[in-house]
Design a protein around this ligand. Structure first.
Ligand SMILES: CC(C)(COP(=O)(O)OP(=O)(O)OC[C@H]1O[C@@H](n2cnc3c(N)ncnc32)[C@H](O)[C@@H]1OP(=O)(O)O)[C@@H](O)C(=O)NCCC(=O)NCCS
Length: 285
């Protein structure tokens, strides 16, 4: 029987990470405790909590600079669905973003999109989620080298115009969390030509973001990351990148689902996946 006792929307503190994690496990998602701790620490969570301290629903706003914020982790336990909880949480998140003068972005699942459309979100582009176990490196003349902490300031500067996101905290977090998935390509004159980062997850390691000057460099970075450590892997790739798709298919990757990148308002650069070969993840931007 569906549980319909009314519960108020309350903030989710980072200390609640372990208590709220079962929501994403129930949905079959890949986030681990480190993900929840990062997201609730760097962002603001809102949810529904029972008197016994268990959580019925969650949602999250992750600032990506002054002008953009990512809404994610909109999760309602199965017994509570179709009662308006998801819509209520989303409205709370939208108010939080708009009060701060920012534009809201998100990557919608098939289940989430019907809620976002009536609230004014519009489609930007489609993304495919790929699963694969192991990968061969890409045959390429592109020189890929390991990331070092000295690269971090340049990384954030390089990323910003190409991804449309200002996310130095997230990039630093990922680089420190999984240095073995962090690789860069140098361009002449001391600038970067691309980078990839990643993180471990509950079921698979996640590769991304992959941001690069062009598809050849993006592919070389992806191949290096995926062939350097053991899988299984997941990666979220904008559908427009046909060569990345061909490479993934050649590695035996399968894509059971996808996402729609959506926005409420306009945010410069967010609608162009030309240099974004993999997302940080639908929950991170
Ligand atoms: C998506 C989710 C958060 C929706 O939560 P919810 O509390 O059921 O949402 P609401 O009750 O506010 O639904 C609002 C409207 O969205 C539409 N909707 C919601 N779920 C739907 C579904 N499975 N199929 C079609 N329409 C759906 C309906 O129009 C619904 O209104 P109605 O029930 O009056 O017809 C919930 O299904 C969930 O946790 N899913 C798994 C995780 C997920 O995919 N999250 C979204 C990430 S982008």
């Amino acid at each position: 029987m569906a549980n319909t006792d009314p519960l108020p929307i309350v903030p989710i503190d980072a200390a609640e990470s372990e208590a709220v994690w079962p929501l994403s496990i129930e949905a079959g998602w890949n986030q681990n405790l480190a993900d929840w701790r990062f997201m609730l620490g760097a962002g603001r969570g809102f949810g529904l909590r029972n008197a016994d301290g268990t959580w019925e629903a969650s949602s999250l706003v992750l600032p990506l600079g002054q002008k953009l914020a990512w809404i994610s982790m909109v999760l309602v336990t199965k017994g509570r669905r179709r009662g308006g909880v998801g819509t209520g949480l989303l409205k709370r998140c939208i108010a939080e973003v708009q009060d701060g003068g920012a534009v809201a972005g998100l990557d919608a699942t098939e289940q989430g999109r019907p809620i976002y459309l009536p609230l004014g979100f519009r489609d930007l582009y489609t993304i495919k989620r790929w699963h694969f176990d192991n990968a061969q490196d890409v045959a390429s003349s592109v020189v890929v080298r390991p990331f070092t902490m000295a690269d971090l300031p340049r990384l954030a500067l390089y990323d910003r115009p190409l991804s449309g996101m200002e996310r130095p905290t997230l990039l630093a977090h990922l680089a420190m969390r999984r240095p073995d998935l962090a690789w860069v390509v140098d361009a002449p004159g001391g600038r970067l030509a691309g980078f990839t980062l990643g993180r471990e997850g509950r079921m698979a390691s996640s590769i991304g973001p992959v941001v690069a000057d062009n598809e050849e460099i993006g592919l070389a970075l992806l191949g290096k990351a995926a062939s350097s450590v053991a899988g299984p892997f997941i990666i979220d790739v904008p559908e427009t990148h046909a060569r990345v798709r061909q490479y993934l298919e050649a590695q035996g990757a399968v894509s059971p689902r996808g996402y729609m990148r959506m926005t409420l308002g306009t945010s410069k650069g967010l609608d162009d996946p030309g240099h974004v070969f993999a997302l940080a993840g639908p929950e991170l931007g």
